[in-house]
Design a binder for this molecule. Sequence first.
Ligand SMILES: Nc1ncnc2c1ncn2[C@@H]1O[C@H](COP(=O)(O)OP(=O)(O)OP(=O)(O)O)[C@@H](O)[C@H]1O
Ligand SMILES: [Mg+2]
Length: 581
Amino acid sequence: MKRFLPYLRYLRGHRTYLVLALICGAISGLVFGGGLPWVTRKVFPYIFTAGPRTLPAAAVVGYSLLLPLIFFIRALTGFLNNYLMSRCGIGVLEAIRVELYRKLQHLPLSYFGKNRTGDLLSRLTADTQVVQQTITSSASDMVIQPLTLVGAIIFLIFTALRYDGVLMFLGSLAIIPVCVLPVRYVGKKLLRRADENQRLLGDISDLASQNLQAAREVRAFGLEEQEVSTFQRTTRRLFQVQMKVVKYSQILSPSIEVIASLGIAFSLYYAYYAGISLAVFMSILTALFACYEPIKKLGALHGQFTRGTASLNRIEEVLREPISITDPAQPVALPARLRGDLAFHGVDFSYLPGEPVLRGVSVAIPAGTVCALVGPSGAGKTTFANLVPRFYEATAGRVTVDGHDVRALRLADLRSRIAIVSQDPVLFNDTIYQNLLLGRPAATRAEVLAAAVDAHADDFIRTLPNGYDTMVGERGSLLSGGQKQRLALARAFLRNAPILILDEATSALDSQSEQLIQEALRKLVVGKTVLIIAHRFSTIRDASLILVFDQGRIVATGDHAALYASNHLYQSLYDRQHGAA
Ligand SMILES: Nc1ncnc2c1ncn2[C@@H]1O[C@H](COP(=O)(O)OP(=O)(O)OP(=O)(O)O)[C@@H](O)[C@H]1O
Ligand SMILES: [Mg+2]
């Protein structure tokens, strides 16, 4: 319960509703807890009298209607309380959901290496759902039930004082603390299970998302049954944990009922010897019922809150994660046109502590240089390129752009001056036009078309059934590899950024596609500082500067002729590619 308090700040916009809800809840609770026993005591003596029936018919009707009146007031205010509280609760949750999503947009890329997508997805959907259930189901009970209890206790106190039933009152009430014991015991058990439950849901979501992304590989390697049995093992574990959650959350109400009935037994015993009238006894019984009902409900509520807490913890884990890569407090203002000088000064980097991937990397890449990165697989080429847009942060040393440390620049300023064409370009499930527009959202239609022409993409786009308005499918799945790459190049043309990072596709394209892309590339790199992770000797030869990477270090720099003559690693890499071609 306490855990939910910090989130009350989200209620700011809902204050009026909250106040109305509380007033309605108070009326509902008090009317039922105090009003119902009172009506019982008032009306019963008139109705169940031993003497002759002397009451006028109107009075009998009036007395009989008191009961429905109370239930009507309770129903109306109860509904309003529930409705308004839920409105506030769901509103708060909407805010939390959006905050969580916003957080996911800003967390550094390293976070997604450490956390599984499916699990994060499950926090965003399943866990927020549980918290929402907690809020809506508790919304109705949180105010009404305690106040019903208060109303009933007030009635019992008055009755006890008036009818000398103090002992009976105390005796019956003594049961209440006893009722709290199972609530506490079960709550502890429940928290562990609820947490495990949500973690397993995360696992399942993760399994499923990985499986769905690898639909082709599953069929190619004949993994269908193996995948199903892995999934089944996890769902079986979930079944067991869920049954425990059901057991612990459902065992509360019945146990409280049994304990409470002991209180009633005690009142019966006492009433017999104290000679209490049926009307008074009935009213006390109603009041006791009005006491135990809230306790039972509050017990269930406790269970719900426990489950909600487990989910809230998982949501907060993400919300509390520090964003390590952020804008500096006082960013350096960049001029509209950047020169594009790049430099690395003694840069170390590791993805995992103790496993350096780049060591002491120092190099200056003057503006306008086409710089090729070559080296064996895993040497650190992609990692090197990732440090420029600050996707990751150097563990030591500095990366500078036009002499400014990248950490001194606003992230948006830095990244808007870099165009990236990755090995496996990702497109959003939208039209081709919209995907191209991402390169520069302010571009006109004519500029978008011109970029597509430059990237040799225009021809194939026009043959598609809806031309530029064709949907590309999830991640661009409706297009071929070569087509996706040309769209990615068109985006880079449109962006026209002074710094260009190209991770050449390793997959072989047909020679015509290949040629079109090479032509587009040659045009694209003009006048830009280019980092190109080159897998083809044709691109490498055109570069004015070549950096040879090996095991996280730059082991040689120079142009093709010089390196080929002097560097053994470069020579063998080049010869191998040449041979392959
Ligand atoms: N997200 C990551 N988390 C942990 N380790 C990583 C991550 N990405 C890369 N590595 C490791 O860092 C090292 C360098 O990887 P990098 O991707 O920079 O190599 P590369 O030179 O681009 O190779 P390739 O030519 O195969 O693309 C490798 O040993 C790799 O295992
Ligand atoms: Mg790479």
